[in-house]
Design a protein around this ligand. Structure first.
Ligand SMILES: NC(=O)c1ccc[n+]([C@@H]2O[C@H](COP(=O)([O-])OP(=O)(O)OC[C@H]3O[C@@H](n4cnc5c(N)ncnc54)[C@H](O)[C@@H]3O)[C@@H](O)[C@H]2O)c1
Length: 372
């Protein structure tokens, strides 16, 4: 851990869905003495700045990042737009929180990692699910050796197709907005974190695109990693479930088998179901996309947390406030590092490359391999 700060002057770059959540937490945190916001969408950004009573707003990230009050920056722009503001904040030596994926280009991801490492900065990546109690409990039991040495891990993720449609509608730069790079990265990060100490040696994957090809992405990617000690890890995601499926669910199942035991995680959220004749809100709404009528929700399935009284409780609160404590008090936290964020991008992209070429990909992989 690098040195701490006595008080935080925080820049938030990106005031969309997630920037809005984190800006509200920031305003409530007593250690944050100055809060500046930035969004290229001025109307949206100014609206949030008014709501959280921000000290400063601009549509130009550089103007905010260069302010003398700022010593910490959160990059919460859309997936393709993390690199430029991140590199500016690195240059200023800020504490950094960067949303996942670290970048959507392998070269940019390496450039960010090298810059952060070169400056010796502390950077955390937004793998919010690490902050859920169930996964922290699993991590602790694995660390205590209760199931012995792990040799098999299976991970399966299911999502409503609203998520890719809404994500992809924002941009024409779609070539890397695949199920693994955008969303599978969460469950891949979780699986790799739970397998900490093992290093992927190769991956073989296949994809299918029967439904979402018209949107410029794929439906599913299924892959098998072989780790350096022979452990097998199967990583599968489908983000093309019908729009009438509960809107915000990231339905996850993870099985971890060790030489002495097993941990079987059912995280599909089918244990708290609401069904109604009323029309339920869309889930993900973006860029004019309107979801069809839905009547069933799995409660507590929205990955950032749950609303009560216009306040969001859950992992994103723990993660955001945990980061403030980390940079002010040096509190150890389970945040993903920049190195892990970079590896997650390369591993998700390696699955896509394997699916494209039909070949097993040796790991670790040089980012330049993705441009051949
Ligand atoms: N940690 C999690 O659980 C989680 C959940 C959802 C999304 N995310 C990630 O958070 C990030 C943001 O997602 P979102 O859903 O809030 O997207 P969003 O589209 O709602 O918001 C992104 C905002 O960034 C702004 N922006 C784009 N380029 C900019 C620039 N150069 N300078 C300033 N502002 C700029 C856009 O105008 C937009 O308002 C993405 O990387 C996404 O993958 C993380």
């Amino acid at each position: 851990m690098t040195d701490t700060v006595n008080e935080i002057g925080l820049a938030i770059i990106g005031c969309g869905t997630i920037g809005r959540i984190r800006a509200k937490y920031a305003r409530e945190y007593p250690g944050i003495k100055w809060l500046g916001l930035c969004d290229v969408n001025e109307e949206l950004g100014r609206q949030l700045a008014r709501e959280v009573n921000a000290d400063f707003f601009t549509a130009d990230a550089e103007k905010l990042i260069k302010r003398s009050e700022v010593n910490a920056t959160m990059i919460i722009t859309e997936e393709n737009k993390h690199t430029e503001p991140t590199l500016m904040a690195v240059e200023r030596g800020h504490k950094l929180f960067i949303e996942k994926p670290l970048a959507t280009e392998a070269r940019e991801s390496l450039q960010i990692l090298d810059a952060i490492t070169g400056e010796g900065l502390d950077a955390c990546i937004g793998y919010t699910q690490r902050f859920r109690r169930r996964f922290l409990a699993v991590k602790e039991r694995l660390q205590n050796g209760q199931i012995g040495d792990v040799h098999t891990v299976t991970t399966r993720a299911f999502m409503n197709r609203m998520v890719p449609i809404a994500t992809i509608a924002k941009t024409n730069e779609r070539h890397n907005l695949t199920p693994m790079v955008v969303s599978g990265t969460h469950s891949l990060d979780m699986s790799m974190w739970l397998m900490e100490g093992k290093t992927p040696a190769s991956v073989y994957a296949r994809s299918v695109d029967k439904v979402l090809s018209e949107w410029g992405t794929k439906d599913s990617t299924l892959g098998i990693f072989t780790m350096d000690d022979g452990t097998l890890f199967s990583m599968n995601i489908c983000w093309a479930l019908p729009e009438v499926w509960p809107g915000t669910v990231y339905g996850l199942e993870i099985g971890i088998v060790g030489e002495k035991g097993v941990i079987d995680i059912e995280d599909t959220h089918r244990d708290l179901v609401l069904a109604t004749e009323e029309k339920l809100p869309g889930g993900y709404i973006s860029g004019g996309y309107e979801a069809p009528e839905r009547h069933v929700d799995f409660l507590t399935s929205y990955p950032p947390g749950d609303l009560w009284n216009n306040q969001l409780y859950g992992p994103m609160r723990e993660e955001t406030i945990g980061w403030f404590s980390r940079i002010m008090m040096g509190t150890p936290t389970p945040h993903a590092t920049a190195k892990e964020g970079h590896n997650n991008l390369l591993h998700t992209m390696a699955m896509d490359l394997s699916a494209k070429t039909g070949k097993e990909i040796a790991l670790p992989i040089d980012p330049e391999e993705f441009y051949k």
